[in-house]
Write a protein that binds this ligand. Structure first.
Ligand code: PLP
Length: 428
């Protein structure tokens, strides 16, 4: 497949957009080459500016769980747009989507809508700090919660992991309040909590990590975090921006039967429009302005087009829970097929999968945290990525991203992908 026009368009974009993209991972920096410019999409396929048809395993990084340009969602957006696109005043759509979300997700009484996952996580942490009157937070290395300052922190050198900024512009003052732990390392979290008694407002975690590839929580890990939070008076925040309305109607809380205190959402909840949300028990959520002291606001929050898209998406999932079984089955087919090819050709690999989230690491060792994800072969991943792209198969351009399976993918698409995997690795 040729991607000549995309290459030219990328050059043009770089003159007027920093790095040619509006979000860094789109630039293909991790895998080399240039991004593919998309013209349109339908179902399981993207159509690019070179007129290639690509099988899509990114699905806009998660939202398009039912496939692209899903007719009921598109119809809801267009019908709503005709009535005006933003009012800056309440609409019934906001109450409707809130009622739907509260009915679908366990353990939440109230939900506030924002415009992105970043905003949701940033606001959830502020709420946790306001509610507990504490300042420190614990996050896990390799988990991504958006690009707000408190989260752009990497491991420092201390015995108990004190964070340091991992982007210029994040102040040392902010970094000192973010404590870092390794994913799946409960003993370390316990140690951090004990060294910071009565100071930790919350632990924020991706209950299934999707930002180091896909990494499942070890048995007992999430339960352990819940117990530690209870013991230390800290809130547990599940960042369900990826897992919410994907792993189950009620997301990871339902799948693992664990109650978080605040849950953040993005991606699927907006049906492909810019939406985030955070939710929890009334006693916590009522700490928010205008009834509580914690400030949070947004001109376009609860935007009618976004709410109409989200309502339609959530209703589809609520009315057809078989979708979750179907996408999990498709993901399993992909998993087993790729695994057989990699085994046949003696390629060291670890495939992690939870529900419809899956990733391939070129490593013999279990991938359980950021360090083990980083130890896998980046060189092999890049070859794998470009090999698939040449076959018209579009996976995330980084080994540190999960793939998202949509219900529009057919068995034939999956089998074509498995065959391509076999062809690529046979040449190694
Ligand atoms: C788990 C998680 N949280 C938060 C975010 C941030 O969401 P957004 O990109 O909508 O700001 C992401 C983005 O991929 C994410 O994966």
């Amino acid at each position: 497949m040729q991607y000549k026009r995309s290459s030219a368009l990328f050059k043009e974009a770089q003159d007027v957009i920093p790095g040619g993209v509006n979000s860094p991972v789109r630039a293909f920096k991790g895998v080399g080459g240039h991004p593919i410019f998309i013209n349109s999409a339908k179902g399981a396929y993207l159509f690019d500016e070179d007129n290639n048809q690509l099988i899509d395993y990114i699905n806009s990084w998660g939202p398009m769980i039912l496939g692209h340009a899903y007719h009921p969602v598109v119809e809801a957006i267009t019908d709503t747009a005709k009535k005006g696109t933003s009012f800056g005043a309440p609409t019934v759509l906001e109450t409707e989507i809130a009622q739907l979300a509260v009915a679908m997700v366990p353990n939440i009484d109230k939900i506030r809508f924002v415009n992105s996952g970043t905003e949701a996580c940033m606001s959830a942490v502020r709420l946790a700090r306001g509610y507990t009157s504490r300042e420190k937070i614990i996050k896990f290395a390799g988990c991504y919660h958006g690009h707000s300052d408190s989260f752009l922190i990497q491991a420092g050198s201390g015995a108990i992991t004190l964070g340091v900024p991992n982007s210029p512009g994040v102040t040392a003052g902010t970094a000192k309040d973010t404590l870092l732990a390794q994913y799946n390392n409960l003993a370390q979290v316990k140690e951090i909590l004990e060294a910071n008694k009565n100071e930790v407002a919350c632990i924020i975690i991706e209950p299934v990590a999707g930002n180091m590839g896909c990494i499942p929580p070890a048995p007992g890990f999430l339960e352990g975090l819940r117990a530690l939070c209870d013991e230390h008076g800290a809130l547990l925040i599940f960042d369900e921006v990826m897992t919410g309305f994907r792993l189950a109607k009620g997301g990871a809380q339902e799948l693992f039967n664990i109650k978080a205190d605040i849950i953040t959402f993005g991606k699927v909840i907006g049906g492909g429009l810019p939406v985030g949300a955070f939710a929890g028990r009334a006693e916590i959520m009522d700490y928010l302005a205008p009834i509580g002291p914690v400030y949070q606001a947004g001109t376009l929050s609860g935007n009618p087009l976004a709410m109409a898209a989200g309502i339609t998406m959530l209703k589809e999932l609520n009315d057809n829970p078989d979708v979750f079984t179907a996408i999990n089955k498709k993901t399993e087919r992909l998993h087993l097929g790729m695994e057989a090819e990699l085994k046949k050709h003696n390629i060291p690999h670890t495939i992690n999968r939870v529900g419809s989230m899956i990733s391939v690491h070129f490593s013999d060792d279990p991938v359980v945290d950021f360090a083990s994800a980083a130890a896998a072969s980046g060189e092999r991943f890049n070859l794998f990525f470009h090999g698939l792209l040449a076959e018209g198969i579009y996976i995330a351009p980084s080994a540190f991203e999960t793939w998202f399976i949509s219900n529009a993918l057919t068995d034939a698409d999956i089998d074509k992908t498995i065959t391509a995997v076999g062809k690529i690795v046979a040449a190694w």
